[in-house]
Ligand binder design. Structure first.
Ligand code: ADP
Ligand code: F6P
Length: 324
């Protein structure tokens, strides 16, 4: 028999992402609509262990749908990887009467959610990460805003790069995942993209490409470099020395994680937040909400974590073909 849920906890964990607030708002209001109590847990698993837990009413989430970041704050909590602290967290949930938790975060946060469900607390994960690196879903909360932020910034760098006839290396976020770089590669019309999943560290190939493009009249050369490869500044020096083309590096950094969410991030995060509540109310646990083929669906967390998202070969090839 499935457990009846009376009180739902919600937390954000790992790197923040624009749209997390829209998801929190949806969780709070859908839960209240369904006659449940909602408890906001501050600072992810760290705040759970510190009992930073407060009841939330509909008005607590007023005026946040348009705001980046997360009103619940977020944290990385290494001790939560240890069973001792997972047991403690489940006890704290029981102490506060929390029988279901919605975890908004990336794959690391989902591993924490998995552990909590093993400790008897029903859990639902919402994919909140600008990295788009969760395989079961074609959409993650924050990616759309982040990639648009990066794209607009790269357009600006491109203007000055063209005026000065320079090569520009622009570093975007993504320690292990190259989706922001891939999308900007196509969306910004970059000449080269360096993705953690693909880059072979053959700098001579980049040098040859720059020289070749110069001969055919290109006025700039945009290289989008993912954070996971990094070293953009030293790469710029080497490329300038090898090509004779003035080269500058720009690291976009955390600006990509902030800012007002796009319509897509607000709407999808809202639907996913409401769906997470509905799943808990239906007695489900250890599930992740995702979006695939035009539909919002839920997946087993173990299954979701067992898959590794691949870079689309076709998108990658197209990006390179269009950068000639
Ligand atoms: P993200 O959720 O964005 O991928 P992290 O990988 O930093 O971010 O994970 C966020 C938090 O999730 C960690 O700080 C930790 O509290 C928790 N977490 C990560 N991996 C595990 C694990 N294997 N077991 C339990 N909790 C984990
Ligand atoms: O997971 C989101 C992300 O922004 C990654 O793209 C990046 O590698 C990482 O977080 C950076 O984290 P931090 O906030 O610790 O710099």
């Amino acid at each position: 028999m499935s457990k009846e849920i009376n009180t739902i906890g919600v937390l954000t964990s790992g790197g923040d992402a624009p749209g997390m607030n829209a998801a929190i708002r949806a969780v709070v209001r859908q839960a209240i609509y369904c006659g449940k109590r909602v408890m906001g847990i501050k600072r992810g698993y760290a705040g759970l262990l510190q009992e930073e837990i407060e009841e939330m009413q509909a008005r607590h989430v007023s005026d946040i749908i348009q705001r980046g970041g997360t009103i619940l704050q977020t944290a990385r909590c290494l001790e939560f990887k240890e069973e001792e602290y997972q047991i403690k967290a489940a006890d704290i949930c029981r102490k506060f009467g929390i029988d279901g938790i919605i975890v908004i975060g990336g794959d690391g946060s989902f591993r924490g959610a998995q552990r909590l469900s093993e400790q008897g607390i029903n859990t639902i994960g919402l994919p909140g990460t600008i990295d788009l690196d969760i395989d079961c879903t074609e959409y993650t909360i924050g990616f759309d805003t982040a990639v648009n932020t990066a794209m607009e910034a790269i357009d600006k760098v491109r203007d000055t790069s063209t005026s000065h006839e320079r090569c520009s290396i622009i570093e975007v976020m993504g320690r292990d995942a190259g989706y922001i770089a891939l999308w900007c590669g196509i969306g910004n019309g970059a000449e080269d993209i360096l993705l953690p999943e693909k880059y072979d560290y053959d700098e001579q190939k980049l040098v040859n490409h720059i020289i070749q493009n110069r001969k055919t009249g290109k006025k700039h050369h945009i290289i989008i470099n993912a954070e996971g490869i990094g070293h953009s500044t030293s790469m710029a020096k080497r490329i300038e020395a090898a090509t004779g083309v003035e080269t500058r590096a720009t690291i976009l950094g955390h600006m990509q994680r902030g800012g007002s969410p796009t319509a897509k991030d607000r709407v999808y995060a809202s639907i996913m937040g409401a769906m997470a509540v509905d799943l808990l109310c239906a007695g489900k646990s250890n599930r992740v909400v995702g979006y695939r083929n035009g539909e919002f669906l839920d997946f087993d967390i173990d299954e979701a974590l067992g898959m590794t998202k691949q870079i689309s070969e076709y998108m990658y090839e197209v990006c390179l073909h269009l950068g000639i």
